[in-house]
Write a protein of this length. Structure first.
Length: 376
């Protein structure tokens, strides 16, 4: 008998398990169908001793001091600011597009004011901005859209940017200065001992029982719990009653090379449609490890496999809304996290969502106790 059964041991489930046990004294069973905790952020040492991210690179960044302070309870940090290059026209140039990108790509020597004027000349004004294509050509014009975005997006999503919601490319800025950091958040760092070590500390509590390699559907009738917190795919919870929600997946090819360093930055993007993978990442940039060998990962987008990215199209959102309405009518279950809400979130956003969910649970519990006392 547990107070809570939590499905999914990624960020959403693990944060809620920790808060309920440590913050409320509740007993928790947390389960995950994968053979490990940490969800997609799971990392481990490979046979050569390199700390790798099994499901592709996860770079922590946030503007929330509350989220950063909370996670700092379970990890020390290694400061790290992620940089990305794109292989375009046989050159490695910074992405997001900035002043140096334009100068190197076109052999120019523009300053910040002049590059702004350059963008103003080449952009194609779109109003309103509805698709991912609209966002990019409105900012940098057709040629840069073709060079940097169209091929990459078609590979990543299996759809042309003109078929995708504006949110896909709206997250990538265009800069008129030389700032080549991929993120500009106030807090940018990697867990010093890795994500898995952080999750282990988070779940190390006598009131928390962890079961991995266990499918929720196999134990849901065997485990007694007052409340379920579900962070898995919402359509799966309801046995795909209205059909499956579409996702894009990824395939990872991890390779260890007999060299100290393979590429100049953590990630290199390959926008060309002639290259089958979207990017190559090298983990030693992220972790700061010193070793005579290095491990890189090729990422291949896929229509089949684990659900990673909800596909942002109106018909998919309409299908999710049907499941959301069903979830709202389901008593005794709280749906939280990326898969349960069919939205793409950064890691810090999931942590913030889980902390907010815990506070709401506390408020409801307090209100019920006050009502019970008043009735007495």
């Amino acid at each position: 008998m547990f107070d809570y059964l939590i499905v999914g041991a990624g960020f959403a489930g693990s944060v809620l398990a920790e808060r309920l046990a440590n913050g409320s004294g509740k007993s928790v069973l947390i389960c995950d169908k994968r053979p490990h905790i940490g969800g997609n952020a799971y990392d481990c040492y490979n046979d050569e001793g390199i700390l790798i991210h099994k499901y592709g690179p996860h770079i922590f960044h946030t503007n929330s001091a509350d989220v950063f302070d909370y996670l700092s309870t379970f990890t020390e940090w290694r400061e790290y600011q992620h940089r990305v290059l794109a292989c375009v026209d046989g050159m490695m140039v910074p992405i997001p597009i900035n002043l140096n990108t334009i100068n190197k790509l076109y052999g120019l020597n523009l300053n910040s004011l002049e590059v702004k004027e350059f963008f103003d000349r080449v952009r194609e004004k779109r109003e309103p901005l509805q698709t991912s294509e609209d966002v990019v050509v409105n900012a940098v014009g057709r040629e840069l859209y073709e060079k940097f975005f169209r091929g990459y997006t078609r590979k990543q999503w299996g759809l042309d940017p003109s078929e995708l919601d504006k949110s896909v490319t709206a997250r990538i800025p265009t800069r008129t200065n030389t700032d080549d950091r991929y993120f500009t958040d106030s807090f940018q760092a990697m867990p010093k001992d890795g994500y898995t070590a952080m999750f282990k500390r988070m779940l190390d509590h006598p009131l928390i029982e962890v079961r991995t390699g266990v499918d929720f559907r196999e134990i849901r009738d065997e485990v007694e719990a007052d409340h379920i917190i579900y962070s898995g795919p919402i359509d799966e919870y309801f046995d795909f009653r209205f059909g499956k929600l579409p996702y894009r997946s990824l395939k990872f090819d991890h390779r260890t090379l007999n060299e100290e360093r393979h590429q100049p930055v953590g990630t290199v993007n390959y926008p060309s449609p002639d290259v089958p993978y979207t990017r190559i990442s090298e983990y030693k940039h992220l972790t700061g490890q010193q070793a005579p060998v290095t491990t890189i990962t090729y990422e291949y987008p896929s229509a089949e496999g684990d659900p990673y990215y909800p596909i942002p199209r109106p018909e998919n959102q309409a299908l999710f809304k049907r499941y959301e309405a069903l979830a709202d009518e389901t008593e005794g279950v709280t749906f939280v996290g990326r898969l349960a809400t069919y939205r793409y979130y950064n890691m810090d956003q999931i942590v913030g969502q889980a902390l907010a969910t815990f506070r709401r649970m506390q408020d409801r519990l307090g209100a019920r106790e006050e009502t019970a006392l008043a009735a007495e």
